[in-house]
Design a binder for this molecule. Structure first.
Ligand SMILES: Nc1ncnc2c1ncn2[C@@H]1O[C@H](COP(=O)(O)OP(=O)(O)OP(=O)(O)O)[C@@H](O)[C@H]1O
Ligand SMILES: [Mg+2]
Length: 464
């Protein structure tokens, strides 16, 4: 696609010669003799570069530069000047011109300058497009789900995104907490500033404070230089504190101070830093219970809980399962170059009957696996993990109360773990994927139940 150059020069003869030369180089050229007229053209046409003379009667090239930047900050401006004093050149570049050429100039030299300027503006436009795409991905209409339970969530997000209120998102693992946090950010007035996420459970206690607040050189062994923390990175944007229930009490106290005073000190520094950060926190633990058990500061809890959003587990929004499944199928079959149109009725039923302990993430993993194994144009029940259809839901009517609920749940959990490990031939990372949990969590459960894993030579793996 050819680029459009807006040429502004009051010397008509030079302008005509330049126009012809630039057109020969493949550019589309709009030419005018006055700054005022140039601004009208800028508003009316799509222009990729402004090439302007510096001294003109009426509006000067410098005024035009200033005005064009106000209207289109990413439009590159190249200035031509007959009085090629270094001082002029430095001035216009300081004011934001991309470059200048001194008259008279060779067309080759001008071409080099134009090419560089256009390369930069193309890169900026690409960036803008990527950013728009990112914003688009987290628009409300891209959050799948129309169940009453999920509609309430969307309503909450809509309500809170305009404000800077702290938000506390709770929900089981895989219910979409991070997705909601991003949606809040990208629909808020802070969307042009960073969204920074930190998982408090994944970072060793000793490093968490330095991650959050940064450190100065020499603050501890290994601190070889100053380093900015996530609070600095998120300035004017949003900081997502994931798994905040796992944050040590001492760090909680510092977070509380940032919330109250918007101030903190990097590790090893006495210099206070001020930031403007909106906090969105998430936890899959019941934080109120953590407060009661003395594991979470009550004052911090109330500060964060200004605006709570509780994400329903998937089993409480069964209506959304088909649309979520189709949504994931659509994306995945394109990615994997397969033409799979939908699901068989039996597959849909199996998915709706299943309890999805790993929630949306488990559903997503399950569809991904189904797309891989599916050999027809429709996902059948046989393409789904076997535990979806073989594990019998507890037949509540047949139960003899009283029961031992914890014992029953543990039994079901063990069955599922063993089934997944067998299916995955003892490979834990694959078994975790089948269960929609992470490997660490699987490992904890294997230990808890003392499940023995054997990978027999020649296949026929065995877990029991
Ligand atoms: N409403 C939704 N529509 C479409 N995709 C969703 C929706 N909610 C969640 N997802 C997808 O499901 C997956 C899990 O979501 P997310 O990571 O936000 O969950 P989480 O609650 O943070 O999980 P965890 O507790 O495991 O960290 C992601 O891939 C996300 O894109
Ligand atoms: Mg998460």
């Amino acid at each position: 696609m050819s680029h459009t150059i807006l040429l502004v020069d009051d010397e008509t003869r030079l302008a005509d010669v330049l126009t012809v030369a630039l057109e020969r180089l493949g550019y589309r050229v709009l030419s005018t003799g006055s700054g005022e007229d140039a601004l009208r053209l800028l508003d009316a046409e799509s222009v990729d570069l402004l090439l302007t003379d510096l001294r003109m009667p009426g509006m000067s090239g410098r005024d035009l530069l200033r005005e064009s930047q106000r209207r289109q900050p990413n439009l590159p401006v190249v200035v031509m000047t007959a009085y090629s004093s270094v001082k002029d050149a430095v001035e216009v570049i300081k004011e934001g011109a991309f470059d200048y050429v001194g008259k008279p100039f060779e067309i080759d030299d001008l071409e080099t300058v134009l090419k560089n300027a256009l390369r930069l503006s193309d890169a900026l436009a690409d960036n803008e497009r990527l950013r728009e795409e990112l914003v688009g991905r987290y628009r409300f209409d891209n959050l799948v789900g129309a169940s009453p339970a999920f509609r309430k969530v969307i309503e909450s997000i809509t309500e809170v995104c305009e404000s800077r209120a702290n938000v506390l998102i709770s929900g089981e693992s895989g219910t979409g907490k991070e997705m909601v946090a991003r949606a809040i950010h990208y629909n808020s007035p802070r969307r042009d500033h960073p969204f920074v996420a930190i998982n408090c459970a994944a970072i060793p206690e000793a490093l968490l404070e330095s991650e959050l607040f940064g450190h100065v050189k020499g603050a501890f062994t290994g601190a070889v230089s100053n380093r900015a923390g996530r609070f600095d990175q998120a300035d004017r944007g949003t900081l997502f504190l994931d798994e905040i229930g796992d944050m040590p009490m001492a760090t909680q106290a510092k977070i509380l101070r940032v919330l109250q005073e918007r101030a903190f000190e990097p590790v090893g520094s006495a210099r206070t830093r001020n930031v403007d950060v909106r906090i969105v926190a998430a936890s899959n633990k019941e934080l109120r219970a953590e407060v009661q058990r003395g594991h979470f500061r009550e004052d911090l809890f109330y500060r964060l809980n200004v605006f709570p959003i509780a994400l329903p587990p998937l089993r409480e929004r069964v209506e959304d399962i088909p649309s979520l499944a189709r949504f994931f199928l659509g994306g995945l079959s394109v990615d994997m170059g397969k033409r799979i149109g939908g699901f068989s009725a039996a597959a849909l039923k199996a998915m709706k009957d299943y309890a999805w302990p790993g929630n949306i993430r488990e559903l997503q993993n399950c569809i991904e696996r189904a797309v891989i194994v599916c050999k027809s144009d429709q996902i059948g029940e046989g393409d789904l993990p076997r535990y979806l259809s073989t594990v019998q839901p507890v037949v509540v009517d047949a139960l003899q109360f009283p029961i031992d609920l914890d014992g029953e749940l543990a039994r079901i959990e063990q069955d599922l773990l063993v089934a997944a490990l067998n299916k995955a031939e003892g490979v834990q990372v694959n078994a975790a994927g089948l269960l929609g949990i992470n490997e660490r969590s699987l490992w904890h459960r294997i230990k808890k139940y003392g499940i023995q894993i054997t990978r027999r030579a020649g296949g026929d793996p065995f877990a029991g």
